[in-house]
Design a protein around this ligand. Structure first.
Ligand code: FES
Ligand code: FES
Length: 205
């Protein structure tokens, strides 16, 4: 008998404790789909300028709805508890943790994910990196890139309200997002460079 069983856990509890939350959710979802006991709702929202409709249970998180129903996997899921910021998307222009929202609450709202940040250009297939994306490239603001979609959406919204941040402002702006590669110095530089690029592009118009 293992040590865990000795302190009172059943075999099924042990199995559950060893599963990640995603694995548990996937298991639950498979069971639900196979038995079809859970009603599915038709959920419509405008994502990156296009109205999307898909069916999902009322409990489907917005992060999962974007990734699984709409196949927009640029939105990453890290902690699933509203802490890391990896899942941040813009809801009507405001950064929100999509792991803390049900998809149904985004019904009829305007969602911007990382896939929607680039300027889609003139429709001829050419797209242009947004100033924030360009700044991350120039300043090496990412390492593994897992946290990056959340930083990009957060900073995009921040600069719209604060176009001329100081370094202190930039640090404050990203303080709600975690980077496991600890690349914060270059992310701060990216915020300042993105502000510069935004001003340059604005002046060129
Ligand atoms: S996955 Fe949503 S805040 Fe971490
Ligand atoms: S670049 Fe790896 S977690 Fe931030």
């Amino acid at each position: 008998m293992s040590e865990m069983t000795q302190i009172g856990m059943t075999q099924s509890e042990m199995t559950q404790s060893e599963m990640t939350q995603s694995e548990i959710r996937q298991r639950d979802s498979t069971q639900t789909d196979s038995t079809q006991t859970e009603p599915l709702l038709e959920i419509a929202m405008r994502v990156n300028g296009v109205v999307n409709t898909a069916r999902a249970p009322a409990r489907r998180l917005l992060s999962d709805f974007l990734r699984h129903e709409l196949r927009l996997t640029g939105t990453h899921v890290g902690c699933e508890h509203g802490v890391c910021g990896a899942c941040t998307v813009l809801v009507d222009g405001t950064p929100m943790r999509s792991c803390l929202m049900f998809a149904v609450t985004a019904q009829d709202h305007e969602i911007t994910t990382v896939e929607g940040l680039a300027d889609s250009g003139d429709g001829a297939g050419e797209s242009t990196m947004s100033p924030v994306q360009q700044a991350f490239i120039e300043c090496h603001g990412l390492q593994c890139g897992f946290c990056t979609p959340g930083f990009l959406t957060t900073i995009t919204a921040y600069l719209q309200e604060n176009p001329e941040p100081t370094e202190t402002d930039a640090r404050e702006a990203i303080s709600g997002n975690l980077c496991r590669c600890t690349g914060y110095q270059n992310i701060v530089k990216s915020v300042l460079r993105a502000a510069e690029l935004t001003r340059e592009r604005g002046a060129g118009e």
